[in-house]
Design a protein around this ligand. Structure first.
Ligand SMILES: Nc1nc2c(c(=O)[nH]1)N[C@H]1C(S)=C(S)[C@@H](COP(=O)(O)O)O[C@H]1N2
Ligand SMILES: [Mo]
Length: 257
């Protein structure tokens, strides 16, 4: 592990301790949060062994670089009654299931996610359609969330299943937007489950209540409207088998920038 990585983890752990001492009781009341922070280092070490690559950071920008209006793309409001009902109640009952190849499946509310230490990053979003936009994203790093679920040794990819229907699969079954990352990208410090944009509650057009930010990747990797996260050995059995909605239409699975 590099020094910067070790320092990042130390800072994350120290931050959690300080928050508990300063009276952030919601954090200390949730034993799984504490467990998660203890597990991040184990998970990261394992990931670094599997993938020889690193965790170099994407460029972060200044407040003054933030675009006045962040462009929205793809689904702008999922068309199901179920999503509309969640939106009408401010996503109070929204849950994100974390399952698949894990020892401890989780079902996380927005409160659960917001009780974990947050990260804020000002980054540039690049869409393959040829536009970019700088925005400030706040959310919980995915690494401690995955660590809390205790991934099994066979887990290699993280799948994100979304609430927006995208038409039908050849089988006639409804297709929903979905995406996947390998564990290296999933545990990168700038990979977060974002619930705020530019200091405001995440708007519906940008993926409310929770969307992925994976800052070294192109826009289509960053699933909006996340309902389920699943750890898998490979993604061939899902939908078109290519690891994502756009990948199934021919885009490349690896979309690093
Ligand atoms: N669930 C879902 N996630 C999605 C999409 C989508 O249509 N549905 N579009 C993708 C694409 S192509 C881009 S560029 C970004 C757009 O994010 P934005 O609307 O916040 O700009 O979301 C990505 N994630
Ligand atoms: Mo995109």
């Amino acid at each position: 592990m590099t020094d910067s990585r070790r320092n990042f983890l130390k800072a994350a752990l120290a931050g959690a301790g300080a928050a508990a001492l300063s009276g952030c009781t919601r954090l200390s009341q949730k034993p799984w949060v504490q467990d998660a922070l203890g597990e991040v280092e184990n998970l990261t070490r394992r990931v670094q062994r599997v993938f020889a690559g690193g965790h170099a950071l994407a460029t972060e920008y200044k407040k003054s670089d933030i675009a006045p209006v962040f462009r929205a793309n793809g689904t702008l409001n999922p068309s199901t009654d179920e999503y509309a009902a969640h939106a009408a109640t401010g996503f109070r009952n929204w849950r994100i299931a974390v399952g698949g190849l894990v020892e401890k499946p989780l079902s996380l509310s927005l409160d659960d996610l917001q009780a974990m230490p947050a990260r804020t990053q000002i980054t540039r979003h690049d869409c393959v359609e040829g536009w970019s936009c700088i925005g400030e994203w706040t959310g919980v790093p995915l690494a401690p969330v995955l660590a809390a679920a205790r991934p099994k040794p066979e887990a290699r990819y993280v799948m994100f299943f979304c609430a927006d229907p995208m038409g039908n699969l050849p089988s006639g079954e409804a297709a929903y937007y979905y995406e996947s990352l390998d564990l290296l990208e999933a545990t990168h410090p700038q990979t977060i489950l974002a619930y705020r944009l530019n200091g405001q509650v995440l708007p519906i057009e940008h993926g409310a209540p929770v969307r992925l930010r994976a800052e070294r990747q192109l826009g289509y990797k960053m699933a909006k409207y996340i309902q389920r996260i699943e750890l898998v050995e490979n993604f061939h059995r899902f939908a078109g088998g290519k690891g994502g909605y756009w990948e199934d239409q021919g885009y490349s699975w690896y979309a690093g920038i």
